[in-house]
Design a protein around this ligand. Structure first.
Ligand SMILES: NC(=O)c1ccc[n+]([C@@H]2O[C@H](COP(=O)([O-])OP(=O)(O)OC[C@H]3O[C@@H](n4cnc5c(N)ncnc54)[C@H](OP(=O)(O)O)[C@@H]3O)[C@@H](O)[C@H]2O)c1
Length: 329
């Protein structure tokens, strides 16, 4: 079977290759085997290939934080999924044609769900949802501010916040995104820049903003902190610039702004397996209903993984880069 391997940490499209490897074999009693139908290339996968992600396993290694698959075999003790079911996988190493995992790691999805969207359910939708719920007890009508607002997480956050009656300030680096994000329910779309806090204050009528979420790092983190109310919370959940957050100290000393961080696994692990399955069932239902959607730019076959990775690294995409390891879906 085919599988993506990286033999060294470095430039993703130089170090990754599509290799022929041994089949995964039959499932043990508590295991599930599935064909990987679609996987996305996420920023965290790029960091993984570069060797700058928090996980850096011995090489050769297979990247891939998420995917959607169709179950082909289950062990005798596995009762919650059966052959033919669609599943997402809570474990990694998904850039491959087949996976064999513990039954508890295979989360069933409803039949008929759009497979491209299903491949992107595991990480970004719960990230947007839990960042809105787990830090500040927001009331309807309150404002939330975020950067990378046109990213997959950003778009989902706009929709989920709008559903809750929250208002969003959405910071982007390309002005042409405004109409599209407004169509999703964004209340304000602003281009990042030095005077961001003044513009936010002007556009929101000086409304206190108690929650900000940001995934750029460097000075961009500071610009979002400057927009928050006294005692506001800024959640750093990624670093598209590769830089550490830089926040002016007056935010902490004079205004008591709290800078904290989010990692999905850490926040899911506070919940029971039943609660986790319920979260995904709800999110999958929203995908089925067309309420949650992540745009797709291009779909590649697994043999073209190098082209797919180079494309994923280019800014200004119109959505995710996906790969179908077992042929077109
Ligand atoms: N902590 C967690 O648990 C968790 C979970 C999920 C995602 N994340 C993080 O969330 C972030 C977004 O992920 P995603 O999958 O939604 O991303 P995505 O859809 O691939 O979008 C990437 C976004 O980053 C912007 N961007 C790229 N390079 C940038 C730079 N140097 N400065 C400013 N903006 C830049 C892009 O803007 P353009 O469109 O203008 O190029 C785009 O808005 C990533 O940092 C990811 O690691 C974290």
């Amino acid at each position: 079977m085919k599988q993506v391997l990286i033999d060294a940490y470095g430039t993703p499209w130089e170090v990754a290759r599509c290799a022929e490897v041994e089949d995964v074999g039959a499932p043990a009693a508590d295991e599930v085997v599935f064909d990987v139908l679609v996987f996305p290339i996420n920023p965290a996968d790029m960091w993984f290939c570069k060797g700058s992600y928090r996980l850096k396993p011995p090489l050769p290694a297979t990247p891939g934080a998420e995917c959607v698959g169709r179950v082909t075999a289950v062990g005798a003790a596995v009762k919650h999924v059966k052959p033919g079911d669609l599943v997402i996988n809570l474990q990694r190493e998904n850039w491959t044609q087949k996976r064999r995992v513990k039954g508890d790691d295979a989360i069933p999805l409803p039949a008929g769900i759009d497979l491209r969207q299903a491949a992107m359910v595991r990480i970004n939708p719960p990230t947007a949802q839990l960042m809105l719920s787990d830090f500040v007890d927001l009331k309807g009508g309150e404002w939330v501010i975020q950067n990378v607002a046109n990213s997959a997480v950003g778009r989902l956050l706009i929709v989920l916040a709008h559903q809750r009656g929250l208002r969003t300030v959405n910071v982007v680096r390309r002005p042409e995104l405004a109409a599209e994000l407004t169509g999703l329910g964004a209340d304000l779309v602003l281009v990042d820049g030095r005077d961001l806090a003044e513009r936010v204050s002007q556009e929101t009528g000086g409304a206190p903003i108690r929650l900000g979420v940001e995934a750029i790092g460097g000075a961009a983190t500071g610009r979002l902190a400057d927009c928050l109310a006294t005692d506001g919370t800024l959640v750093h959940y990624g670093s598209m610039s590769g830089e550490n957050p830089e926040v002016g100290r007056s935010n902490f000393i004079y205004r008591g702004v709290r800078l904290t961080g989010f990692m999905l696994g850490r926040f899911l692990s506070r919940r029971s397996p039943e609660k986790i399955r319920a979260i995904y069932a709800d999110l999958a239902g929203q995908v089925m209903a067309g309420r949650l959607y992540a745009p797709v730019d291009t779909v590649y076959p697994i043999d073209k993984i190098k082209d797919a990775l180079a494309h994923a690294d280019r800014g200004g995409r119109n959505g995710k880069i996906l790969v179908c390891p077992n042929g077109p879906i």
